[in-house]
Write a protein that binds this ligand. Structure first.
Ligand code: NAP
Length: 502
């Protein structure tokens, strides 16, 4: 296993300066493939949050960002995209080193992050309002204005991409930002901060703080000078964000967990469905919010499909994520590894049948890292813990179904509603199910994809609001209504009062 340590000194980004934490403290960050420390980053605290929010406030209220033309903002955002592409290989390696995803996925994430900046650069001039017909001489229009200071808190499963999804639309809309990456994966967000400075985004517009969520994240969510919070992470943390931000009635958007169904009908292209279903659960070692963790198989194809699926899953090459040949890396941390293994134990004790994996790989080389074999449970009941709770690891539950109504009921029977996949060549059935399944993102005959053009977000307890697409501009702007009096006649309410009532 390659051992790499970054020698770079990482700093917080506050008001355009790269600075240590006010306390001078740092914390280690690890390589999940070896559990070796790869860098130390500043451990920000409340004082740093206050400094960063003050810098963002000043940049919003007084700085050049809000006064720039949309074209000028777009030029700087395109430069961010350009630098990301120029440094793609280096940043992808850093991402893999810090979060353990395979290098091919990290490259795709860096490319997607660059695309996200380009996409929103193209939308800087698209914050259109409305003109609203009124009776009489009044003329009414709306404008969309940025909120001001946006606090953004992100998870560890797509460290750079989640930062891009948050930062790019907020910048396009003219906001300023205080971003907090997950403590497990702080490095590429800090690099993004450097790139924003290099791209001439003015000082104080993008501020980046690394530090514990319970302190730094909470301080951002509570801060009276933060106007909006955008959070991605666990549903439980999302609840806490809502509580923390309630005191100042912040605008809140949440992208939370999922337990997404993947439904295969007998009329589907079954080979493609097998391949797509593998992708939908095992990419990023199952650590994606949209992972299709419940595979619903029609009873008529159940056994044949499973035998092909398990054979292919068993061949997924687990190993060093920096190697091009590796197909699945480790999970993020020792803690997460133990958590996933305990879910596996629980599934067995509740009566699910372990059909593949279920343990750490035997390979000597992998013992130091947080590796888990691709794991498949069959004979799962939809009410078992493994089918209801978010595992966030390479673990799949397979559930048979008899007909459409039964599968829709089971698919919807969860607190989540993030995504779903339907494999069928029956056009009517595909659209019928797309409408009956309560989830924000449905894919038909495709595993899962989130291009910047398409809105993304959850029904039920999977979130509030839609990221990506034009919808994200709504997340980062508020509507102001303006009414204009065009009448020649002077307004005089009291002067016209009926006689006797004055
Ligand atoms: P998490 O534990 O909820 O953490 C997310 C972020 O919140 C981290 O930066 C964390 O900081 C911070 N945080 C933790 N406690 C906080 C608090 N009390 N106040 C404010 N901030 C706090 O989630 P995760 O384990 O990093 O990520 C996995 C989860 O993200 C999964 O549930 C997954 O489904 C979800 N996710 C959802 C989407 C989506 O778009 N729907 C996308 C990706 C991931 P620390 O790291 O310092 O604790």
């Amino acid at each position: 296993m390659a051992t790499e340590v970054t020698t770079k000194e990482y700093r917080l980004l506050i008001g355009g300066q790269f600075v240590p934490a006010a306390s001078g403290e740092t914390f280690p960050t690890y390589n999940p493939a070896t559990n070796e420390v790869i860098a130390h980053v500043p451990k920000a605290g409340r004082e740093d949050v206050n400094r960063a929010v003050a810098a963002a406030r000043k940049a919003f209220d007084e700085g050049p960002w809000g006064k720039m033309t949309p074209m000028e903002r777009a030029k700087r955002m395109r430069r961010v995209a350009e630098i990301l592409r120029e440094r793609l290989e280096e940043i992808a390696r850093l991402e893999t080193l810090n979060c353990g995803k395979i290098i091919i996925e990290s490259r795709a994430d860096v490319a997607a992050s660059a695309n996200c900046f380009d996409y929103y650069a193209n939308l800087t001039g698209h914050m259109w309002g409305e003109t609203i017909p009124m009776n009489g001489p009044l003329f009414d229009y709306t404008v969309r204005e940025p909120y001001g200071v946006c606090g953004q808190i992100i998870p560890w499963n797509f460290p750079l991409l989640m930062a891009a999804w948050k930062v790019a639309p907020a910048l396009a809309a003219g906001n300023t930002i205080v971003l907090k990456p997950a403590s497990a994966t702080p490095l590429t967000a800090l690099v993004l901060g450097e790139i924003c400075q290099e791209a001439d985004i003015p000082d104080g517009v993008v501020n980046i703080l690394t530090g514990p969520g319970v302190e730094v994240g909470a301080a951002i969510a509570e801060h009276p000078d933060v106007d909006k919070i955008a959070f991605t992470g666990e549903t439980e943390t999302g609840r806490e964000i809502l509580r923390l931000s309630a005191g100042t009635i912040k605008k809140v958007s949440l992208e939370l967990g999922g337990k997404s169904p993947n439904i295969v009908f007998p009329d589907a292209d079954l080979e493609e469905a097998v391949n797509g279903s593998l992708f939908a659960i095992f990419t990023n070692a199952g650590q994606r919010c949209t992972a299709r963790t419940r595979l619903f198989l029609h009873e008529s194809i159940h056994d044949q499909f499973l035998s092909d699926f398990i054979a292919k899953a068993g061949k997924i090459r687990v190993g060093d994520p920096l190697e091009d040949a590796t197909q699945m890396g480790p999970v993020i941390s020792k803690r997460q590894c133990e958590r996933v293994l305990s879910f596996i134990e629980r599934a067995r004790s509740e009566g699910a049948n372990l059909a593949l994996g279920g343990k750490r790989p035997d390979d000597e080389v992998l013992q130091k890292g947080n590796f888990i074999e691709p794991t498949i449970f069959t004979q799962v009941q939809n009410d078992m813990t493994i089918a209801q709770q978010e595992v966030f690891g390479p673990v799949l539950s397979v559930i048979p179904f008899r007909d459409e109504s039964e599968v829709v009921e089971m698919a919807n029977n969860t607190i989540y509603g993030l995504a779903a996949t339907i494999w069928t060549n029956d056009l009517k059935r595909a659209h019928r199910l797309a409408s009956r399944i309560r989830a924000g993102n449905i894919s038909i005959n495709f595993p899962t994809v989130n291009p910047p053009e398409a809105p993304f977000g959850g029904f039920k307890q999977s979130g509030i609001g839609r990221e990506l697409s034009r919808h994200a501009l709504d997340l980062y702007t508020q509507v102001k209504n303006v009414v204009v009096n065009l009448a020649d006649e002077r307004f005089d309410w009291y002067g016209k009062w009926p006689v006797g009532q004055k």
